[in-house]
Structures are given as structure tokens and as C-alpha cells.
Ligand binder design. Structure first.
Ligand SMILES: Nc1ncnc2c1ncn2[C@@H]1O[C@H](COP(=O)(O)OP(=O)(O)OP(=O)(O)O)[C@@H](O)[C@H]1O
Ligand SMILES: [Mg+2]
Length: 243
């Protein structure tokens, strides 16, 4: 059952590659205008979850609705056309293409085509580093600049909601701060976010709520402002696996 105040609603999602399943019945929601985090250790199914939502992977059971409508039977490109845009983890993009070409190519749905000029201007304002480098080939970008381009590509798709998979992977603290400001600015335009992160400070600085992902299940939900014992979280997630 879908709820009017939710952008995304997931019920009982199971999915994987070869047996056994990676996702063991995930249920969660993201409200309109809400920023929600997914936090959990390597290999526990965060990327698999985003890939299942965007139908890169087909779930075995469970349902996903977006803006109040079931999207279970839609092809991935139809889901993008509806405005549910997934920025993948460590996106390699097109190494030999120029930044500006990649951004324009990313606006391939009809809605995105209509908004191409406005969105391109917005992306270049949001990420001045990309504006300066717009005639450079993608492969010449630094890791941080590539993450910015990756988010820019997502924005060129005219998102009604964005899913970001570990946008800060491998970035310096300074670049993380820049990215946090950009992500907050995107969200302030009313775009709901589902943000996968392993940097607990980064995620807590950005989200209204976060889910902890533990072995393919949601083990806990933490609201912004609730007392969070960082040591407890780190211990719960990384301590028991350690050396
Ligand atoms: N294409 C694939 N084929 C087979 N198994 C896969 C594939 N992709 C991921 N897996 C497995 O599924 C499990 C979950 O992986 P997933 O990438 O979803 O984790 P994650 O939480 O995103 O981890 P990380 O934080 O390292 O990105 C892992 O055991 C992984 O080895
Ligand atoms: Mg991942």
C-alpha cells in the first residue's frame, strides 16, 4: 500500500545474484522532501538495494512504489523517465568524452530534454570545478571531480528523487565538505534523497533519518537529533567483524 506523503516506499524486498539472497526482506520509505541515509558495512547489500529499486536487478519478491505508484513492472529507463534517478557507486562514466558532452547526453528523457538548459546551468553553478573543466575529457578528472560529475549526470536527468551511492568514497575531508554543501543545496530544492554512505559523520550531517543495513536487513532506524553513540554504531558494525 502506498502513502501519499512518501516519495519512495519499499515493502519486503528480497533480491540477490546467485543463491543465497543478499536482501532478506527490506522495507523502508522516503518522504517527500526527506533526506534519508543508508549506513552499513561493506558487502551488506546497500548497492544491491539501490540496484533493485532502479531495476538493474529484479527482485524475487517485494514491491517498490514511487510517488504513490507501483514501479515493479517498469523497465529501468521508464523508472528514470518518471524521475527516480540513481547515481551509482564509483561511476566510471565515459573516459574519452568531454564533461559538457557527458552532461548533455545525460538529459536523454523527454522531460530532461525540456529542462536541459536550466539543469546544465544549475549543475555548472553548483560545481564550479566542472564549469572550469567542461572542455576536458572525463578521464582527466580527479576522483572528487568525477563524483561531482556523477551527481551532475544525475541532475541532468531531471530527478524527482535522487539515490546517491557512496558519493564521498575516497574523497579528502575538504572535498567531502564541498559535496555535503552541494547535496544539501540539491535537497533544499525539494528533491528527496536516499543517500548511501559509510562515513557516519557525513551522513549524520545531511540526513533527517537513517537506516542501518545489517546483512541484507534493516536492523535499526535513527532519527536526526536522537542521541547517537558513534562508538556503539562502529562497534556494532565493524567491531564484531574485526581481526
Ligand atoms: N554482480 C554481482 N554478482 C554476484 N554477487 C554480487 C554482485 N554484486 C554484489 N554481489 C554480492 O552481494 C553482496 C552485497 O554487495 P553490495 O555491493 O550490495 O554491498 P554494499 O553494501 O554496497 O557494499 P560496499 O559498501 O562495499 O559498496 C556482497 O556479498 C557482494 O559480493
Ligand atoms: Mg556499495
Amino acid at each position: 500500500m502506498s502513502h501519499n506523503s512518501n516519495a519512495l516506499e519499499i515493502v519486503g524486498l528480497r533480491a540477490g545474484y546467485d543463491a543465497p539472497d543478499v536482501l532478506l526482506g527490506v522495507s523502508l520509505h522516503v518522504g517527500l522532501n526527506e533526506r534519508v541515509g543508508l549506513f552499513g558495512p561493506n558487502g551488506h547489500g546497500k548497492t544491491t538495494l539501490l540496484n533493485t529499486i532502479s531495476r538493474v536487478i529484479r527482485p524475487r519478491t517485494g514491491s517498490v512504489s514511487f510517488m504513490g505508484e507501483a514501479i515493479d513492472d517498469l523497465a529501468p529507463q521508464k523508472i528514470v523517465a518518471r524521475g527516480l534517478v540513481h547515481v551509482p557507486q564509483a561511476n566510471r562514466l565515459f573516459p574519452d568524452m568531454q564533461i559538457s558532452e557527458i552532461l548533455e547526453l545525460a538529459a536523454y528523457t523527454r522531460r530532461a530534454q525540456e529542462e536541459l538548459k536550466t539543469n546544465l546551468q544549475y549543475v555548472l553553478e553548483l560545481f564550479p570545478r566542472l564549469a572550469e573543466r567542461r572542455r576536458q575529457q572525463c578521464k582527466t578528472l580527479s576522483g572528487g571531480e568525477r563524483q561531482m560529475l556523477s551527481i551532475g549526470v544525475g541532475l541532468m536527468g531531471a530527478p524527482r528523487m535522487l539515490m546517491l551511492d557512496e558519493p564521498t568514497l575516497g574523497l579528502s575531508p575538504k572535498l567531502k565538505d564541498e559535496l555535503a554543501i552541494a547535496i544539501a543545496e540539491i535537497s533544499s530544492r525539494g528533491i528527496p534523497l536516499l543517500l548511501v554512505e559509510q562515513d557516519i559523520a557525513f551522513i549524520l550531517s545531511l540526513v533527517d533519518r537513517m537506516y542501518l543495513v545489517d546483512h541484507g536487513e534493516i536492523s535499526r532506524e535513527i532519527n536526526r537529533g536522537a542521541e547517537v553513540d558513534h562508538d556503539e554504531i562502529m562497534d556494532m558494525y565493524f567491531g564484531s567483524e574485526g581481526a
